[in-house]
Design a protein around this ligand. Sequence first.
Ligand SMILES: Cc1ncc(C[n+]2csc(CCOP(=O)(O)OP(=O)(O)O)c2C)c(N)n1
Ligand SMILES: [Mg+2]
Length: 277
Amino acid sequence: MTKEQILYLEERAKEIRKTALTMIYQAQSGHPGGSFSAADVIAALYFHFLKLDPEQPKWEDRDRFVLSKGHVCPALYAALILRGFLPADAVNTLRRQGSLLQGHPDMKRCPGIDISTGSLGQGLSCAVGMAIAGKNDGKNFRTYALLGDGECNEGQIWEAAQAANKYQLDRLMVFVDHNGLQNDGSTEEIMPSGDLAAKFRAFGFQTVEIDGHSMKEITGAVSFLQTQENGMPKCVVCRTVKGKGVSFMENVAAWHGMAPNEEQYRQAMRELEGGAA
Ligand SMILES: Cc1ncc(C[n+]2csc(CCOP(=O)(O)OP(=O)(O)O)c2C)c(N)n1
Ligand SMILES: [Mg+2]
């Protein structure tokens, strides 16, 4: 990656955060905290790694993306708007009745959504199914899934991880957004998840742990893991900050699922505009 490419992706991450925040502000509902912790990974995927065609959202050779922590869909919708899958004015329709942009992603309604999610714990199973199908059909696409650290409390995640290992899904890559918080408090308090990287390793994943806000580390990890055609599924544990980019939201559990008022919105937009990421 060149310095210019990294800067470009950092700018895209900034746009994703601003667009997601505007959606949540307009809706007066939604999940800013986890949207902001995931924004850098989503920017790297949607503006560099994923092979997609906005003109053909269902192109069968496209790479697949599963937002297993479906509540942070504002960040994904922002990427889909910026990539041209969705019209720009969709920004004003989050969580409205009949809108493309439901409170959790709806594959039947929204172009660019590969699978409906929102009930935590299920997305990795879906991603494993997609990766097995790709393998069986002799396809070359890759499958990526983004999980929350609180979400990793769900037993189904580990059932899916066993299957990924058994079926040697080395074109499957899992990102864990390890922001240390879930709905109402810290993951350590609510249900300790221990060393997530060690756990994924124990389940047969080739695993790296990175700073999930460093575009250099994100793109370095993905590029490296993509070269590893060794039968092992891949995992990138991303150390992140919930609410990243907005001082009064960072590491504050209350911003998991809360919308800003007008003053908070203006301050947050100023802060997001100021930083590269
Ligand atoms: C099966 C299930 N149980 C509970 C919820 C409610 N819920 C929504 S988000 C959330 C916390 C998720 O925490 P984490 O996975 O760490 O996400 P992030 O911190 O990235 O927002 C919970 C419990 C849900 N969506 N699905
Ligand atoms: Mg979390």
